[in-house]
Ligand binder design. Structure first.
Ligand code: F6P
Length: 325
């Protein structure tokens, strides 16, 4: 390969900037030209690209978001969109593409790579949801979880002062990864996840038992993808059946996606970016770089997408329940 392009796509995640920096500098170190693509696949289709040098990624390690910007791009799901994207890469002589994003990003990349195999493609898992097969951690998950626990600790202060019950909604349409880690970290009384249906009656029993044990406050973390609906819906269901609670709801929302990346995400972004470029130089394509047991692991995009399923971490759920008695 001689000329590499990089883009970020889907929901942004803290750690994307350290990863971009690593990709650009590793590529330049190895004698490659580098092009940045703005707004993910949207910029690829609109030919919104610019040359990147070592200084174009100076002082971005500490920045949240992505300097390349991102988008969720529908036209890239069509044959026409993919063809335009290919022509734009070809006319610039780009023969390798690194995509940083989640499963939607990888689905687009795999389809593109199958149609146009002369452009080598490498994926880097970047999503706060931590829901990709082939990497124990995805970029942004650690920072987002730390942001969430900082917020919940503050809510615990006021919940405790007023003897209140809080339902706190965290991100994760299909994944309870943030909810579970935050629940363990903040001692939540209950954690509701998309991977496991919790009966409302069991939740109420649990809260009543907390009251009888003189708990001054209760916190229920609800992942946005929970089957009962969002935190407001669940609070209403609980309110109907119990009268003696002072109930409040907080939706943490997009603040979870921002902020300076943690040390973990800076190192992870640097490692995955470095590995992605080296894998491309070694001739690999249609792959994803990940981290398993603290070692770089390379998984085919095909496998990453087909093995992808939401598994409940039963042992952690059980532990969280026991530790909050
Ligand atoms: O995939 C990351 C994520 O933050 C999910 O947790 C959430 O469901 C979704 O993106 C929100 O997407 P958007 O920012 O497009 O509303």
């Amino acid at each position: 390969i001689s000329k590499l392009a990089v883009l970020t796509s889907g929901g942004d995640a803290p750690g994307m900037n350290p990863c971009i920096r690593s990709i650009v500098r590793t590529a330049i170190y190895n004698g490659l030209e580098v092009v940045g693509i703005r707004r993910g696949y949207q910029g690829l289709i609109e030919d919104d690209m610019f040359p990147m040098g070592t200084r174009s990624v100076s002082n971005i390690l500490n920045l949240g978001g992505t300097i390349l910007k991102t988008a969720r791009c529908l036209p890239f799901r069509t044959d026409e969109g993919q063809e335009i994207a290919y022509q734009n890469l070809k006319k610039r002589g780009i023969d390798a593409l690194v995509v940083i994003g989640g499963d939607g990003t990888f689905t687009g990349a795999l389809r593109f790579s199958k149609s146009y195999p002369d452009v080598a493609v490498m994926g880097v898992p970047g999503t706060i949801d931590n829901d990709l097969y082939g990497s124990t951690y995805t970029l942004g998950f650690d920072t987002a979880t730390n942001t969430v626990i900082e917020a919940i600790d503050k809510i615990r202060d006021t919940a405790d002062a007023h003897d209140r019950l809080f339902f706190i909604e965290v991100m994760g349409r299909d994944s309870g990864a943030i909810a579970l880690r935050a629940g363990i970290s903040c001692g939540a009384e209950a954690i509701l996840l998309p991977e496991k249906e919790t009966a409302i009656d069991d939740l109420i029993e649990n809260l009543k038992s907390g009251q009888s044990k003189k708990k001054s406050s209760s916190i229920v973390i609800v992942a946005e993808g929970d089957k009962h609906g969002g935190a407001y819906d669940i609070a209403k269901l609980v309110e109907k059946q119990v009268k003696n609670y002072d109930i409040k709801v907080t939706i943490l929302g997009h603040l979870q996606r921002g902020g300076s990346p943690s040390a973990f995400d800076r190192v992870l972004g640097s490692r995955l970016g470095f590995a992605a470029v080296n894998a491309l130089i070694a001739g690999k394509t249609q792959m994803m770089v990940g981290l398993e047991a603290n070692y770089i692991k390379i998984t085919s995009l095909e496998e990453a997408l087909t093995q992808h399923e939401f598994k409940l971490e039963e042992d952690l759920m059980k532990m969280a329940e026991i530790l909050s008695i």
